[in-house]
Structures are given as C-alpha cells and as structure tokens.
Design a binder for this molecule. Structure first.
Ligand code: FEO
Length: 173
C-alpha cells in the first residue's frame, strides 16, 4: 500500500510526464511548421516515450492499490527561434525531470517504501539516457549548423533524426 504522500507525489509525476509528452508534441508541431520533418519525427518518438513513462507510473499506482487522479496539463510553449533552441529547451527540460525523479526517490527513501524505490530505479537510469539523447542532438546541431545551429548541416542532422523509430509504430493506411 502506498502512503498518501507517496501516492500524491506519483500522481504529480504522471502529470509531469504527460506535460512532457505535450511539450514534445508542441515541439514536433513547430518542426512541422518549418519543414524539418526529421526533427518532427524525433519529437513524435519522444512524445510516445513520455506517454509510456506516464503509463508505467499509472500502472504502478494501481498495482499498489492507489488511486490515479488526473489533473490539468499546463499549456506548452509553441514557438522557438531555431532547431537548436528547441533541443536546448528539451535538454533543460530533461534535466528538470531528472530532478523530479530524484525528489521522488528521496521521498520513497524517507517513507521507507522499498517497492517504490525499486520501481523508480528504472526511471533513474532512463533519465541518464533521456538527458544524453537530447544533449547529443544539441551537440550535433552545433557541429553541423554552427553556434546558432542554423547552418547548412542542419538538413543532414534532420535526415538523421528522421531515422529514429517510433516506440509505438503508427498504423499504416
Ligand atoms: Fe519522462 Fe523524458 O522523461
């Protein structure tokens, strides 16, 4: 059984993961508007990843006999100045999510909730990957497109980001 405090904190994290999905979908839509289809594909894959994160926590709360209570999701930013600005934002956002996961882990330790600690270990490792993948694209864009990321190599990076497979393939028409 989850403590009330732990249940509330996990519910808050479901909201944060859904917000992340919403933010990345907004980034995908921005990329669509500036014809960077590969970047849009990368963000759509990221959106699905975040939905998977949210559902993992959802299922865990239910499994532990808790109640999932969904709250309003904040509206995400809609416009950016460049592809580099978007990925820098994504990287900053992932660092923030890492801090949320660390706070959750600290609470689970405080509450002596061993099952939640084990559950959260997956998220601790996942955040290492999440930060690395966003910061990897930032580096690539800087190398390919110069300091503002707008140089000619941007289109090569865009093509590469278009190769990222969707975690949940979309049905074919
Ligand atoms: Fe769910 Fe990108 O962290």
């Amino acid at each position: 059984m989850l403590s009330e405090k732990m249940e509330k904190a996990l519910n808050k994290q479901i909201n944060a993961e859904l917000y992340s999905a919403y933010l990345y979908l907004s980034m995908a839509s921005y990329f669509e508007s500036v014809d960077l289809e590969g970047c849009a594909n990368w963000m759509k894959a990221q959106t699905q990843e975040e939905m998977i994160h949210a559902m993992k926590i959802y299922d865990f709360v239910i499994e532990r006999g808790g109640r999932v209570l969904l709250d309003a999701i904040e509206a995400p930013k809609q416009e950016w100045d460049s592809a580099l600005a978007v990925f820098e934002h994504a990287y900053e956002h992932e660092k923030y999510v890492t801090s949320l996961i660390n706070d959750l882990m600290n609470l689970a330790i405080e509450e002596k909730d061993h099952a939640t600690q084990i559950f959260l270990q997956w998220f601790v490792s996942e955040q290492v990957e999440e930060e690395a993948s966003a910061s990897g694209v930032v580096q690539k864009l800087k190398l390919a497109g110069g300091p503002d990321g707008k140089g000619g190599g941007l289109f090569m990076v865009d093509r590469e980001l278009g190769q990222r497979p969707l975690p949940v393939p979309m049905p074919q028409e």
